[in-house]
Design a protein around this ligand. Structure first.
Ligand code: 5GP
Length: 202
């Protein structure tokens, strides 16, 4: 951690999108670009009760926990926000988020609109970004190209996508992920425009 990072509190970001909008790859690309310019931002690792998909690593992609453990965490107020998405629980650790922000690291929450609302209600300092697919047809094509979901899951994700898209106007910024590199550029610009330690924002 350099001096600039330790003097400033980290900035909290919320990024939401319908699944298939490319949010995860976009955000990873931006975090790498920020790191190349000396700005440390990290993805928050959520807790979830859903099963790991092939290739997902416990503690890296999510903390995969039982419903009983998740409910115990709710009971002790461990979550900054939590929600049910696709009949599964998802939540963000309050303590982990606070620890990184206090260390001057920016934290990116990849959460749904319900979680975004809760975080907005609890923190004035949060920057919220919504990523849109170019069209619903393109979203459906992207979802179908994922080997992991069956038809029923795809239909459910499309229904959820409509729900998510209906909330896009609640966010501070919206980006359309049509051409990937352009979307990365636009997202990076938002990060610099909202950098609390303005030195890096040249
Ligand atoms: P997936 O199961 O495809 O990884 O994620 C499904 C949805 O859950 C995505 O919209 C994702 O943003 C959302 N999600 C993931 N983690 C969290 C979380 O901690 N809180 C909330 N509210 N939503 C989350």
């Amino acid at each position: 951690m350099n001096d600039c990072q330790s003097q400033r509190r980290g900035q909290l970001y919320v990024i939401s999108a319908p699944s298939g909008a490319g949010k995860t790859s976009l955000t990873h690309a931006v975090i790498e670009r920020l790191a190349a310019r000396g700005r440390k931002a990290r993805f928050s690792v959520s807790y979830t009760t859903r099963a790991a998909r092939p290739g997902e690593v416990d503690g890296e992609d999510y903390h995969f926990v039982s419903v009983a453990d998740f409910e115990a965490m709710i009971a002790v107020g461990a979550f900054l926000e939590h929600a049910r998405v696709f009949d599964r629980h998802y939540g963000t650790s309050a303590a982990e988020t606070e620890r990184w922000l206090a260390h001057g690291q920016d934290v990116v929450l990849d959460i749904d609109w319900q979680g975004a609302r809760q975080v907005r209600a609890r923190s004035e300092d949060v920057v919220t970004i919504f990523i849109r697919p170019p069209s619903r047809e393109e979203l459906e094509r992207r979802l179908r190209s994922r080997a992991s979901d069956d038809d029923a899951q795809i239909q459910r994700r499309l229904a959820e996508a409509d729900d998510e898209l209906a909330r896009a106007d609640e966010y501070d910024y919206q980006i359309v992920n049509d051409v990937f590199d352009d979307a990365v550029e636009a997202l990076e610009q938002i990060f610099w425009a909202t950098d609390p330690g303005a030195q890096g924002a040249s």
